[in-house]
Design a protein around this ligand. Sequence first.
Ligand code: COI
Length: 356
Amino acid sequence: PSPFRRCATLSNTFVTETSELADIEWDNLGFAFLSTDYMYVMKCAQGENFSKGELQRFGNIELSPSAGVLNYGQGLFEGMKAYRKQDGNILLFRPEENALRMRLGAERMCMPSPSVEQFVDAVKATVLANKRWVPPPGKGSLYIRPLLMGSGAVLGLAPAPEYTFLIYVSPVGNYFKEGVAPINLIVEHELHRATPGGTGGVKTIGNYAAVLKAQSAAKAKGYSDVLYLDCVHKRYLEEVSSCNIFVVKDNIISTPEIKGTILPGITRKSIIDVARSEGFQVEERQVAVDELLDADEVFCTGTAVVVSPVGSITYHGKRVSYGEGGFGAVSEKLYSVLTRLQMGLIQDKMDWTVEL
Ligand code: COI
């Protein structure tokens, strides 16, 4: 019999290896790209709606040098994770939230976007086609990266004439090299990530290019990442390059409010709900940088970073430390509830997980 199995997909057929797990070293996954078997591709012309996509063998894509995304940064991405349960089934976490966020971002960036149903169906098809790359329970997750880009050629500044929605996946472990040990942040007081009226509140690719300079400088000095301040007052916390920030004081959890310059993280939103359901008071408000001085705990949230405890923050040369080298009690509790829910280890009373 053939080692391959034919599967029906949204629009065509493809073959997938029958082996249960890819033959890689599962114990030491970090957050680095590993190519997998399939990617999902769907295109549409400007002014039209996405209608038909397909799974393709993973590989390079062809773009005109004049593509809108290459010349004018017309692009968005999403980040999601799939976990393998003990029974072998796969769990997605709130995929419709990523679909909705991509739709909001697409509106800001003048792009058409897949419907929520198209997005979620495409994610499911891509994960199932790459099932052998979903790490065994406890070894990590399959990171899912949906992209939306202006792929048509433009020369004068204008929305591209054609768009490509693409999903690829890669197995991952911890995001920071520290693993789940606390990270050390430095507050950036010259460069800014986002401006009022800009695109900081959507997941456009340029937001991430814009932080590389400060992030590289911070890493060269031994810090894990950069914490940004608002560009108007240079006083209120915004976010870290790749994640949202939370501050705990006397069991009250505070996080910068969403006001256009902060990425509305799905992990952020989920942690707020988990914290409230665990009886904590959560405040979404302006959080002043001085509040870091007497905070009990600080932690970051994001799809890639999950919940990462912050061990120290340096601001204008002054270093404040938190905890004793591990999670604080509050962040540990929230991390534990969220990750057990995402991995299917506790009952999902929130109805957030989608089982494949
Ligand atoms: C994610 O957490 O999924 C992100 O999109 C952040 C990225 C820089 C890894």
